[in-house]
Write a protein that binds this ligand. Structure first.
Ligand code: HDE
Length: 748
């Protein structure tokens, strides 16, 4: 049979490293278009034009995605090969000496496959092992050239591609998403002048002030070394032992015990750069800056009982939420805010801006919104992108610089260092997800896994044999460190001490607690109580409460009562009379300060169904909820079709068993006596309803379903007899009006 060479060429796997020579589009001898660096088929944000600049995303918005095309592999229509490109005839059987004989050593196909498999795992991150990532872009609202020459801030409408990874800190790679923990919020900007990584958290302060204590902190919070328990939890002896002996952690403990540590979604939490950084302009002048990310959807959290239950039913809750939102075109968005201040201003503050356990209250330095970040594309491959992405605080670009924060100093070392173990050598910057869009030229050579093929004989500078290239960019174009130390008057003798104001461990812890609503304060007290109840050594519990007494006698008393213990004496303070704070209330520190726009986009709403449910009102509600951008799901005692009150067919999307109540943001109970009776007699259904009420979700009860509320023991009004705004009762005949009230209440 004649060989069809054209068909063969078309089916040949392209050699991605040599597209010009081997792709079917470029037969030998003909020139072909070089692979584009611009995106093909990326998902720009045209539909998502900025409300501020009105500009639509220009081409190149996801330039990283475009450049990644070079390494993407799509095996559709391709035949199976070895890593050497040799076609594999049989992928089922190893090569044997006879059907029942021994497997032969010569079976290179089997050995290559197993060897590769044996090495498929890399070490997980020592902290922040569990995470989820997405591609997107940052768009600048106005030129910030007065303050910084950093490329992303040069002009209004300027777009810089980003990759973001959100994470928990303590848990291992496969641990649950809804642990009580700090969340990582790491952003890699692929700027025109190299990569800038803003490796932040969802809380603006940290547990410790000096990098020297970081390994101790992490060893204390990770599972205890003798039995490797508990996983992804700070509620154990070693963590509380450590922090009780480190009063500088008190402020961060307030944040960690607050609802911020159990966010509803990565899309609904703030991000912070934590340290004070510097912005540097063309003239080399610098100002100090704090970075803030503000979620467009507002800040929302879970309640603890809900978080615990979700972790059982869906350990991937936050990963799924991020993926599904982006997949549905509901691109999460944050605005970037800057607190810009001078060193002279900073010198007057009652706290030290080099201390990562302190915030700069917004009342003191307002936040200026300078741009927005939109995440508009899911990764193609979790390992290649989300796992291999390497964020490093040392990755800054001209226009951004560090301060002398001693915690930051340790980080500048740690992040590059850890990648060398994690990613197997010094060339991790060549992995596609880490490679900058800006060209890379230097004389670094060789090392494990080198990808670039450097040409020429000179790998040193200065050189004449290479025409003097690559040459130094010079101060006008290249990165130059700001020469000035924070306080030029200070002695530069070598010392192992802390600056004086670092010794104030409590003033801002008090500020945080006092700025919370009563509900948030109650949650903080409950979180301390729960965590400390898991501590087995009473002296540790006592020391924590003794320390809390210095921050808030009210909180300390609540926690002590909850633990059934006497109030101890307050812990002696390092600094008896700290400087008077500028503010003693900062409403912006409450989660309630940023409710979002009141909309319910992407909120998951359960509509319970059973045989005999009234289908027309359900249909109307589904339509209204979809129009509002929510995600309604019909949940029944089992999957499949139900027969409605009028014989109409109702198809369930989920069952109570595979999608329990706590996975939803709100609940609709159907009309129809038979359906209500069926639901009342079903244990899962009753738990579903009770959980919704217990977790303060909005419930709409249509017609006969009010009986269901009574069966579940749900009171029709609040304890003081007033109307419960989270409970809406309506006739099925008025489903349209009920939908309006319900949507408003869910968005509250
Ligand atoms: Fe990290 N941190 N960290 N950290 N951190 C890491 O780097 C470290 C700190 C943060 O999604 C590691 O690549 C030291 C503060 C995030 O890949 C490691 C100190 C803040 C991520 C490391 C700190 C963070 C990390 C582990 C104290 C908030 C995940 C793997 C001096 C501003 C990034 C890795 C991602 C990851 C070291 C303190 C945020 C070991 C030494 C403060 C979001 O290098």
């Amino acid at each position: 049979k004649a060989i069809d060479t054209q068909a063969l060429a078309a089916s040949m796997p392209a050699n991605l490293n040599k597209p010009l020579e081997h792709t079917p589009q470029a037969p030998v001898g003909q020139s072909a278009k070089p692979p584009s660096r611009l995106p093909t088929g990326s998902t720009p944000s045209e539909s998502n034009a900025s409300a501020k600049t009105g500009s639509v995303a220009p081409e190149g918005i996801n330039a990283t995605i475009g450049t990644l095309d070079r390494v993407r592999v799509d095996s559709g229509g391709q035949r199976l090969t070895t890593n050497q490109g040799v076609p594999i005839a049989d992928n089922q059987n190893s090569l044997k000496a006879g059907a029942r004989g021994p497997v032969l050593l010569e079976d290179f196909i089997l050995r290559e496959k197993i060897t590769h498999f044996d090495h498929e795992r890399i070490p997980e991150r020592i902290v922040h092992a569990r995470g989820s990532g997405a591609h997107g872009f940052f768009e600048c609202y106005e030129p910030l050239t007065e303050y910084t020459r950093a490329a992303p801030f040069r002009e209004a409408g300027k777009v810089t591609p980003v990759f973001v990874r959100f994470s928990t800190v303590a848990g291992e790679r496969g641990s649950k998403d809804t642990a009580r923990d700090v969340r990582g919020f790491a952003v890699k900007f692929y700027t025109d002048e190299g990569n800038w990584d803003l490796v932040g958290n969802n809380m603006p302060v940290f547990f410790i002030q000096d990098a020297m204590k970081f390994p101790d902190l992490v060893h204390a919070v990770k599972p205890e070394p003798h039995h490797a328990m508990p996983q992804a939890a700070s509620a154990h002896d070693t963590f509380w032992d450590f922090v009780s002996l480190m009063p500088e952690s008190t402020h961060m403990l307030m944040w960690q015990m607050s609802d911020r540590a159990i966010p509803r979604s990565y899309r609904m939490m703030q991000g912070f750069g934590v340290h004070t950084f510097r912005l540097v302009n063309e003239a080399g002048e610098s100002v100090l800056v704090k970075f803030h990310w503000q979620p467009k959807l507002g800040t929302h959290s879970l309640v603890w009982d809900e978080a615990v239950k979700i972790s059982g039913a869906d350990p991937d809750y936050h990963r799924r939420d991020l993926w599904e939102a982006i997949d549905a075109g509901e691109y999460p968005e944050w605005e970037l805010g800057l607190q810009i201040f001078t060193e002279e201003q900073a010198a007057q503050f009652s706290f030290d801006i080099l201390d990562a356990t302190k915030i700069v209250p917004e009342e003191l330095v307002p936040i200026r919104i300078v741009g927005r970040m939109v995440l508009n594309r899911n990764p193609d491959n979790f390992f290649a992108e989300t796992e291999q992405v390497a964020f490093c605080t040392a990755h800054v670009v001209p226009g951004i610089d560090f301060t002398n924060d001693p915690l930051l100093a340790g980080r500048i070392h740690s992040y590059v260092d850890t990648q060398i173990t994690r990613l197997g050598g010094p060339n991790f910057h060549e992995l596609p997800i880490n490679a900058p869009i800006a060209p890379v030229h230097n004389n670094q050579r060789d090392g494990m896994h080198r990808q670039a093929i450097h040409r020429g004989r000179s790998a040193y500078e200065p050189n004449s044999l290479g025409g003097g290239c690559p040459f130094q960019a010079g101060a006008a174009q290249g990165f130059e460190s700001v020469a000035r130390r924070l306080d030029a008057k200070e002695s530069s003798d070598k010392v192992r001490v802390k600056p004086e104001k670092f010794a104030d461990h409590y003033t801002q812890a008090t500020l945080f607690y006092e700025s919370q609503t009563p509900e948030e304060q109650a949650h903080i007290a409950a979180a301390f109580r729960f965590e400390l109840s898991k501590v087995t050594v009473p002296a540790v519990r006592e020391r924590v409460v003794a320390s809390l007494l210095n921050a808030s006698p009210d909180l300390a008393a609540k926690v002590a009562k909850g633990l059934g213990m006497e109030l101890p004496q307050p812990l002696p303070k390092v600094l008896e009379t700290p400087a008077a704070p500028e503010v003693d209330q900062s409403p912006a520190l409450s989660l309630m300060a940023r409710p979002g726009d009141g909309g319910i986009r992407t909120r998951k709403i359960a509509i319970l169904v059973a045989d005999g449910a009234e289908g027309t009102s359900i249909g109307k509600l589904v339509t209204a909820l979809v129009q509002a951008g929510a995600v309604p799901r019909l949940v029944g005692p089992r999957l499949g079709t139900y027969l409605g009150m009028g014989g109409e067919k109702i198809e369930a999307d989920a069952s109570m068993e595979n999608s329990p109540g706590f996975l939803f943001d709100a609940l609709v109970l159907p009309d129809g006596l038979a359906a209500v009776e069926a639901l009342v007699s079903d244990g899962h259904s009753m738990e579903f309803v009770k959980d919704q009420y217990r977790h303060c979700k909005t419930i709409l009860a249509l017609g006969a379903s009010q009986a269901l509320l009574a069966e579940a023991g749900i009171p029709m009004s609040l304890p003081d007899g007033s109307h419960d705004p989270g409970l809406i009762l309506a006739d099925a005949a008025h489903a349209d009006d009920a939908a309006i009230d319900f949507i408003a209440a869910v968005g509250m």
